[in-house]
Design a protein around this ligand. Structure first.
Ligand SMILES: *[C@@H]1O[C@H](CO)[C@@H](O)[C@H](O)[C@H]1NC(C)=O
Ligand SMILES: *[C@@H]1O[C@H](CO)[C@@H](O)[C@H](O)[C@H]1NC(C)=O
Ligand SMILES: *[C@@H]1O[C@H](CO)[C@@H](O)[C@H](O)[C@H]1NC(C)=O
Ligand SMILES: *[C@@H]1O[C@H](CO)[C@@H](O)[C@H](O)[C@H]1NC(C)=O
Length: 337
């Protein structure tokens, strides 16, 4: 499939150059050097069974059918409103299998936990990794790493998937208190969450040590961290001070190329101190875009992102529900090991 695409783009180049009169031999040499990139999709905040989830899923399938992504990264709030209860929760069918039906989406979904997932049974999201009959759900634990090799057989891309909810208890509990205040949650439901606060805190310490070790020992050519909460965001929920204190210095120190996240229900690309911050939380709901100085792009629309990597360049593509590219950026590789 990738081969067909390659031949197609090669023929387009040939035709264009033939039309402009250049020699086909030169084109042949140039085409031979162009690497086949690795493509993947980034989708967040989706398992709603409503709003724009279906429109986004259709566009995701269209774009998947063109690029044949190797996998998808799900940046949390996988299931609304309070995660899943167990591995047989009907949401696995109604909000996942029945929605993302395009064959090109039957690929590994590297998944992580959002705040709504934490309100449900997070062990069930981990356990589903071993019972998904399509073998696409992948969350071996709340935090994990995965190294993939690009089609050139040499260039490596390492992902570090983390649980940012346990790193930002104030952010999490303040939002829940807000939901008690406006009647969306009961006092007792939020008290049950508050009872987990100390466990979350000690888990967060273990995770932070693991993040430091994993990033500092990475030998990968490209390094990407993914979590649910944004570090920077020109969206409804905004910046996360806990992540700015604990995570941002590590992203900068260890030359992380990009931080993928969701939570705010817009599509945003932000730059800060060499790190690209990508907010892709528009899988179903819509948020309000209020640009901050780090924003290079933002849109309040349903959609997702497609990232393409080769040995020299990361390409960021932001798509809306019409499968239209709203924004594209080419980012050169900077990691210097
Ligand atoms: C990598 O991708 C970029 C963006 O598409 C392209 O300009 C560049 O030529 C590619 N590099 C190689 C070695 O194929
Ligand atoms: C799983 O969760 C669903 C939804 O809350 C519930 O209806 C069902 O009884 C649960 N099944 C088991 C085996 O606990
Ligand atoms: C949560 O999911 C785990 C893993 O499937 C299961 O063992 C446990 O019983 C579930 N908890 C509840 C309260 O259903
Ligand atoms: C998805 O792919 C798996 C193999 O990885 C296959 O067993 C399964 O039947 C496929 N699901 C669908 C809905 O095509």
């Amino acid at each position: 499939m990738t081969g067909q695409r390659w031949i197609w783009s090669y023929m387009v180049v040939i035709a264009a150059t033939w039309a402009s009169g250049a020699s086909a031999r030169a084109v042949n040499a140039a085409a031979a050097q162009e690497e086949t990139p690795l493509h993947f999709l980034t989708l967040g905040d989706w398992g709603l069974n409503g709003d724009q989830q279906t429109e986004v899923a259709q566009a995701l399938g269209n774009v998947g059918g063109i690029f044949h992504p190797s996998f998808l990264v799900s940046v949390g709030d996988n299931f609304y409103d309070v995660g899943v209860a167990n591995v047989t929760d009907p949401l696995w069918k109604t909000a996942f299998d029945d929605i993302y039906t395009h064959p090109s989406l039957n690929i590994t979904w590297y998944s992580l936990l959002g705040n709504h997932d934490h309100e449900g049974n997070i062990s069930a999201q981990v356990a589903y990794t071993n019972v998904d009959r399509n073998r696409r759900w992948h969350m071996p634990s709340s935090w994990y790493t995965q190294v993939v090799v690009l089609p050139d057989g040499l260039t490596t891309l390492q992902f570090v998937f983390i649980d940012t909810v346990i790193m930002s208890p104030d952010f999490y509990f303040n939002e829940l208190e807000g939901m008690v205040a406006d009647g969306r949650r009961s006092r007792s439901a939020v008290d049950a969450q508050l009872a987990k606060r100390e466990t979350m805190r000690s888990d967060a310490d273990v995770q932070l040590d693991w993040i430091k070790t994993t990033l500092s020992s990475s030998k990968a050519d490209w390094l990407v961290v993914a979590g649910h909460y944004p570090v920077y965001s020109g969206g409804s929920n905004g910046n996360n001070p806990d992540l700015q204190d604990d995570l941002k210095p590590l992203l900068e120190k260890y030359q992380v190329d990009a931080y993928l996240c969701g939570h705010d229900h817009e599509l945003q690309v932000l730059h800060h101190n060499g790190v690209k911050y990508l907010v892709s939380g528009a899988g179903a709901k819509l948020g309000k875009y209020n640009p901050i100085k780090q924003n290079r792009f933002g849109a309040s629309t349903g959609g997702f992102m497609l990232q393409s990597f080769n040995s020299t360049t990361m390409t960021i593509n932001v798509y809306d529900t019409q499968s239209t590219v709203l924004y594209q950026e080419f980012v050169p590789r900077v990691r210097n090991l």
